[in-house]
Design a protein around this ligand. Sequence first.
Ligand code: ATP
Ligand code: MG
Length: 436
Amino acid sequence: MSEINRAVKGTNDCLPDESHKWQFVEKQMLETAKLYGFNEIRVPVFEHTEVFLRSVGDTTDVVQKEMYTFDDKGGRSITLRPELTAGTIRSVIENGLVNGALPLKVCYIGGCYRYEKPQAGRLREFHQFGVECIGAAEPNADAEVIALARQVLSSIGIDKISLEINSIGCSECRKEYHKALKEYFSSNIDDLCNTCKDRLDRNPMRILDCKSPVCREIAAKAPVVLDYLCDDCRSHFEKVKEYLTAMGIAFSVNPHIVRGLDYYTRTVFEFVSGDIGAQSTVCGGGRYDGLISQMGGPQTASLGFAMGIERLMLVLKNQQKELPKAANADLYIATMGDNAKVKAMELSAILRGDGFIVETDICGRGLKAQMKYAGKSGAKFSMVLGDNEIQNDEANIKNMLSGEETTLKLSNISNQLFDVINSSALDALAEAIINN
Ligand code: ATP
Ligand code: MG
């Protein structure tokens, strides 16, 4: 196959036989977020490049290596969003929402674009669900946001996953910490990768998040930020832990988590799965008390998280979790002859208006081929319409699983179909209970 007939490297199609899984997962996300008062925000897929430079940070992997940046025809530098927090905060400031009722709680689902080396769990187009809780400085806000992430995961069937938390302090505690890091890494400077050599002066904490194996090994023995927290940051972190414990949320403190984006302060956290190989972080988040003022808004303490939906799907697959099945047709109406075709269109219109999923032949197939399609497509019931059925105002519908037939009056089809579907669902339920 020639290159232009293939999806671009690092991108995936979501085909019709798997989209229902995504729909289910996304529905759970939005509904769970609603339980905590979060409503959806939709922001553009691209922004002025500056939006990401100012928020994500110019010493991060994302900005240094991964952004899809181009000049548009008007000569503006545009970037496809590598994440959604930056655009969300830009929008919240631009639309004056930071000056309205706080906390402002928003959530989002959308595509993100990063020029990365494609591998399992690492794509160039991927999707995130995330939340931002804007204008809440108290540590119970941190616990609430973490609890929401936890509940989203369990609502889609993921309970086997661990939560790791850390505090990376505020700009005050970082001063001392940066000094200690610089000292430590300076003594290892020859072994650091070139990117990290450059980071040493500008932002030594970024070295802790480097993916190169040698830098990782050196970083593992670096001073940890928890030892440098000021009193306020330390007590904030203690409270977060107390609230999480009160909510029955298990966690472990991992002093090595710093997160890959520059805007975090104080609490940072990750949900990590042991079931999907090297790309094991399914959800990352934390507090970003300085971001909104850094982006031109008023000082507003805030926090949020983002989860990678493709990685979640991998966890579900590898943990062999069953997701709800796609909805197939309730009724397939097969037709014999022109009158039946007209009648089928009439009945389909009535039934679909009442919320049934109905299909009929639109390919001009013979009866046998129509029935074959009905079977293959997984229709629950089928009906054959011909001149006799129309004349008698009666037709048999057949349960495609059990083969059982029931006669329905065509002039009152909706009510009867509703009864038949319900009673067959009850039968199936009873059978499942007996078999269990
Ligand atoms: P990683 O350390 O794996 O590169 P990150 O720190 O860059 O992750 P974030 O920017 O915090 O990740 O994004 C939040 C979540 O989005 C990640 O935990 C992950 O689930 C998902 N994610 C990030 N990059 C990708 C990618 N290239 N492909 C698929 N999912 C991704
Ligand atoms: Mg990354």
